[in-house]
Design a protein. Structure first.
Length: 93
């Protein structure tokens, strides 16, 4: 089985999701509007990744507009352009 990685770029207006191979080449990608509700974001992310051919990722990287992040707990405390507060991004993604 090939080693695959996931990338998630959370922006204020859109979320980009990609599957990448071991060389960093994007093999699949999708986008959706960024929900203001965090639980809705998780639902959209889950449904988006479910459409990918790849479901077994070795690791994932997440870029997000966080202004305060608790690295020890993996929680986004405040975000610059989203209303999300104190959300467990690391565990959820």
């Amino acid at each position: 089985m090939a080693i695959m990685y996931a990338g998630v770029d959370i922006g204020g207006t859109k979320v980009l999701v990609a599957a990448l191979d071991k060389d960093g080449i994007i093999t699949e990608q999708a986008r959706f509007p960024t929900p203001q509700n965090y639980d809705q974001f998780l639902d959209y992310l889950d449904k988006t990744v479910a459409t990918f051919k790849t479901h077994d990722f070795h690791a994932a990287g997440v870029g997000m507009p966080v202004t305060s992040f608790d690295r020890r707990e993996g929680r986004g405390l405040t975000f610059g352009n989203l209303e999300w507060r104190n959300v467990p991004v690391q565990a959820d993604v």
